[in-house]
Design a protein around this ligand. Structure first.
Ligand SMILES: C[S@@+](CC[C@H](N)C(=O)[O-])C[C@H]1O[C@@H](n2cnc3c(N)ncnc32)[C@H](O)[C@@H]1O
Length: 292
């Protein structure tokens, strides 16, 4: 349940004008989506580590299931579209770490996709490990179908470190040297993960921060485009999409999560959904409790 509100009336919707969200296995859900119609597929699949929404299986079996979903995603991906697969580590029964991006990479390459960035997402909160260093990052593989892909940098620029820096020689001597709209956010993203004190926290154990998906939506799609999350949980990707006038498509196998997702959509439309703003400093010393 999202913090600060209760799920008063549960209406099991399937779709409305901008949103389609179902309780369904993703292979069945994607089968009904027309080929080459989705501009951005952004998701965080289960990591096969025994969370409450998954059954641990062998790595081989896990990868073969991922391969089927990836193949369907590639079919529905627009020629100028992007796939962003966000993963962490699989931890084997014996405690060995398997970085999932490494083992998933070939599954995308076998469809001829192109890797554009391997983004490192750094956050501060998580399990405290006793026999290895605690994990404080995950990664996001960004693939495109071709060379002509949508990428809008301006809406996701971040404030420059030295905004008043000027050219010190040459014909532009004395003029501002940086882009007045800010700088490229780079491929190391420091964004708080959704733990107990986060305004977006629901009963889902590992939801996306909406601001992380917003950066992808704004840079990799245009207004009116479709965004799909085949493992959508409580619909954070769908929220990020419709907040910026894109269409949101998603499914999850757990009814409770899909109900929460619909409730978040309702709250967003009523102007009542709390989301952490993009580019808010992780810690702001000028605000009470650092702005948290
Ligand atoms: C890591 S969570 C994603 C959370 C999501 N990013 C959010 O912000 O809430 C993975 C989700 O995949 C769902 N799931 C697992 N297998 C699925 C399948 N075959 N089809 C659709 N959803 C599935 C799980 O129930 C879980 O909610």
């Amino acid at each position: 349940m999202a913090k600060g509100h209760s799920l008063a009336t549960v209406v099991h919707l399937q779709h409305d004008r901008l949103v389609q969200m179902s309780v369904m296995d993703n292979l069945e859900f994607i089968r009904n989506i027309p080929s080459e119609s989705v501009k951005l597929i952004v998701t965080s699949p289960p990591y096969n580590i025994g969370k409450k929404y998954e059954k641990r299986s062998s790595l081989e079996r896990y990868l073969s299931e991922q391969a089927k979903t990836i193949a369907e995603c590639v079919r529905v991906l627009h020629p100028e579209g992007s796939i962003c697969w966000q993963v962490g580590n699989h931890i084997s029964e014996s405690g060995e770490v398997v970085p999932l991006d490494m083992v998933l990479y070939p599954l995308f390459k076998q469809h001829g996709l192109f890797l554009r960035n391997r983004i490192v997402w750094h956050f501060e909160h998580g399990l405290h490990c006793k026999k290895r260093f605690s994990g404080r990052h995950e990664t996001l593989l960004w693939f495109t179908k071709g060379d002509a892909y949508t990428f809008n940098l301006d809406p996701v620029r971040i404030p420059a470190k030295y905004p008043n820096k000027k050219h010190f020689k040459g014909p532009k001597l004395g003029q501002l040297s940086g882009n007045p709209l800010g700088k490229n956010p780079g491929d190391l993203w420091v964004i708080p993960n959704v733990k107990a004190n986060h305004v977006e926290k629901t009963s889902h154990p590992c939801q996306f921060p909406v601001e992380l998906v917003e950066r992808l939506v704004l840079s990799m799609t245009n207004e009116g485009d479709s965004v799909l999350d085949p493992y959508m949980g409580v619909g954070s990707s769908i929220i990020a999409a419709i907040k910026h006038d894109r269409m949101g498509l998603g499914c999850d196998v757990i009814q409770e999560y899909v109900d929460i997702a619909w409730d978040r959509v309702r709250l967003l439309r009523e102007g009542k959904l709390l989301t952490r703003p993009m580019n808010k400093p992780v810690y702001d010393p000028n605000l009470p409790r650092g702005g948290h």
